[in-house]
Design a protein around this ligand. Sequence first.
Ligand SMILES: C[S@@+](CC[C@H](N)C(=O)[O-])C[C@H]1O[C@@H](n2cnc3c(N)ncnc32)[C@H](O)[C@@H]1O
Length: 279
Amino acid sequence: MDETTSGFGEDPLAPGWTPPEIDTTKAHPARIYDCLLGGKDHFDVDRQAAEVVVKALPGAREMVRENRAFLGRAVRHLAEAGISQFLDIGTGIPGPGNTGEVARSVNPEARVVYVDYDPVVAVHSRALLAGVDPALTAILVADVRDPASILQAPATRAVLDFDRPIAVLMVALLHFIKPEEDAHGIVATFRDALPPGSAVVISHGTDGGDPETSAEARKGWDNATSQFTIRGRDDITALFDGFELTEPGVVNVPLWRPDGEPREDWDAIWFDGGVGFKR
Ligand SMILES: C[S@@+](CC[C@H](N)C(=O)[O-])C[C@H]1O[C@@H](n2cnc3c(N)ncnc32)[C@H](O)[C@@H]1O
């Protein structure tokens, strides 16, 4: 998409038509992420933001790819462990290897509710999921800072059975929650709503031990709809309070149950991640 050809025309069949609820003048985390991943669902303003990130941190593209791969391994692990319901919050623009695709490769009956506060995600999700049984999938535009708007939403309740285990995914999401917005409290609210046997998957940006470079890279989100907050390993681990961390705990994401040998430069990937079960 290109800001110059998108705009707010009324003909949905016109090239580059953009639904009116999509703001193309401000960078959005989902679209910056899409740009870093090499997708095509972003605008000039997102591209400019991604360029700021990559200029400071040339490995950023590799980092987001590793984060996506972590998401896939975690979903597969949980599906193989018997979890068949997923609440994927901060879905991002769905691409190959999205949560439903991975979960249904293990269990064709797996149910997924996709949640994002960015309407662009809903537009792309609807297109991508057009062929999927509606009983198995819902797409919800909601903000994780208001957990009740997700937990009580009719769409959530229609697809997910809260008497059976549910995996809540907050992958590369919580660094968009400012310290004063209480990311730990948000996770705890979801935890308390889940039955035993449920799980949480979290990954979170770190400063890789290089706060100056990290601060430079985070400027990419300064003018976006959300800014980037770094948390340390202890703080990220505390997000799992009340969950039992499964092996290997909270680690740089390439080290989380890799398929084969992990990359040697795993510490160049500035994302920590883990999976916890509610017992
Ligand atoms: C970096 S992307 C991660 C996408 C996907 N989870 C992954 O890891 O591949 C973060 C997503 O979180 C969404 N997001 C950020 N803040 C949010 C909020 N307060 N409520 C819901 N979604 C949010 C963004 O719109 C974006 O799509």
